[in-house]
Design a protein around this ligand. Structure first.
Ligand SMILES: Nc1ncnc2c1ncn2[C@@H]1O[C@H](COP(=O)(O)OP(=O)(O)OP(=O)(O)O)[C@@H](O)[C@H]1O
Ligand SMILES: [Mg+2]
Length: 367
């Protein structure tokens, strides 16, 4: 049996096979019993929350979602929002945060503000449903190349699900995901494997292999995916580790580092293959304000030097102000609005205004 088949992540889960080094690390942290024992509890929780492919966790989620759904009231006949595929909200599916009789859940959604021809990633009319719960419902979004984009949105709206579609770990029920001109859902396994080499992925808490020192963690993608010699690998890893301020930490084990250092090590590992696209799922969670600011500076500096499409998911408005060139706000399975940072922070859209000003008054309530 191959490694992929062995992992619990793939058993009974809808998710696609896993083969990116960062993904493998995240999975190994959650899935392999012998390594799981070496991890700190916090690592395990972080990987379960943010890593791609935690099947057991997701199956639990799905069960709880199903349980919630059965208690939803039936909509009044003739009412309710009808999706583009003819499915009726409340009867055929539910959307978190949307009442079953809501005829116009997208009244705040003005969608992407600008079409740009220079998009590294295009999400086109993507629909994704788990059980009866529709997480993405006709999502359209273009992420510009050579910019730092941020996807913001309330908890549980599908930001991590969106990343999984971009790297081809989840497939849309409808619609398309185009990365650098290739339709990800149509790629063969071999082509998907090749495409994932274009990605650097940074998970919450770094998702490092607990059994390897920092240097070996950072060298892992190079040893796994290239035929570079150890001398060249050392050159690359030393440069990347120095760049993230871990020049002295080569021989430390992940559990000897602070959360911020682990994130920086994860960032160094995400960069070693010179990725064209780097995705960060909540890089700032669990960091104090000063470390968050320092990590933001680092992301900006590295982006300025290397370029590429960076996509950052975060709840932190300070992070958005500091590093974003482009912002997209996700809610109810679609983009409420997206565009250059300045425009979004000055938006007169009530939801975007409420969310970006962290205002208690507005369409978003604590339900
Ligand atoms: N494989 C799956 N099976 C069933 N439900 C899933 C699966 N993956 C995600 N979900 C559900 O989709 C919803 C969105 O999850 P997601 O992790 O994308 O949210 P998020 O926007 O990243 O939230 P947070 O900001 O808290 O990280 C959640 O209700 C989650 O339970
Ligand atoms: Mg998430």
């Amino acid at each position: 049996m191959s490694e992929t088949e062995e992992t619990p992540e793939t058993q009974g889960s809808e998710e696609a096979p896993i083969n990116s080094p960062e993904v493998e690390a995240a999975v190994e942290n959650t899935g392999e019993p012998e390594l799981a024992g070496e991890m700190e509890a916090s690592d395990e929780a972080a990987a379960a929350d943010n890593s791609i492919g935690e099947g057991e966790q997701q199956l639990e989620d799905e069960e709880s979602v199903q349980a919630e759904v059965t208690s939803e009231p039936e909509p009044v006949e003739g009412k309710g929002f009808v999706a583009s595929d003819g499915a009726v909200l409340g009867r055929d599916f539910v959307i978190p945060g949307v009442g079953p009789g809501d005829n116009d859940p997208y009244k705040w959604h003005t969608g992407p503000k600008q079409e740009t021809s220079n998009n590294a990633i295009e999400i086109v009319d993507v629909v994704k449903q788990f059980g009866r719960t529709r997480i993405l419902n006709g999502l359209n979004l273009g992420l510009p190349d050579d910019q730092i984009s941020m996807v913001l949105g309330p908890s549980g709206t599908g930001k991590s699900v969106l990343i999984k579609h971009i790297v081809g770990l989840l497939y849309p029920d409808h619609g398309d995901v185009i990365v650098k001109g290739d339709s990800v859902p149509s790629l063969s396994d071999d082509d998907l494997f090749e495409m994932r080499k274009k990605f650097g992925l940074l998970f919450q808490d770094g998702a490092l292999f607990g059994s390897m020192n920092i240097y070996d963690n950072v060298a892992f993608p190079l040893r796994q995916h290239t035929d570079k010699g150890e001398e060249e690998i050392e050159h690359i890893c030393t440069r990347r580790l120095r760049e993230v301020g871990l020049g002295e930490a080569h021989f430390k084990m992940p559990n000897e580092l602070s959360g911020g250092m682990r994130k920086r090590a994860g960032f160094a590992r995400a960069l070693v293959l010179d990725p064209e696209i780097v995705m960060f799922d909540e890089p700032d969670s669990g960091l104090d304000p000063v470390r968050t600011a320092l990590l933001c500076e680092l992301i900006k500096e590295v982006h300025a030097e290397n370029g590429g499409c960076y996509m950052v998911i975060s709840h932190d408005l300070g992070t958005a102000r500091r590093i974003a060139d482009f912002i997209a706000v996700l809610w109810k399975g679609r983009i409420v609005e997206s565009g250059p940072k300045e425009e979004l922070f000055e938006s007169d859209n009530e939801f975007v205004h409420q969310f970006l000003q962290a205002d208690v008054v507005g369409p978003l309530a604590m339900d």
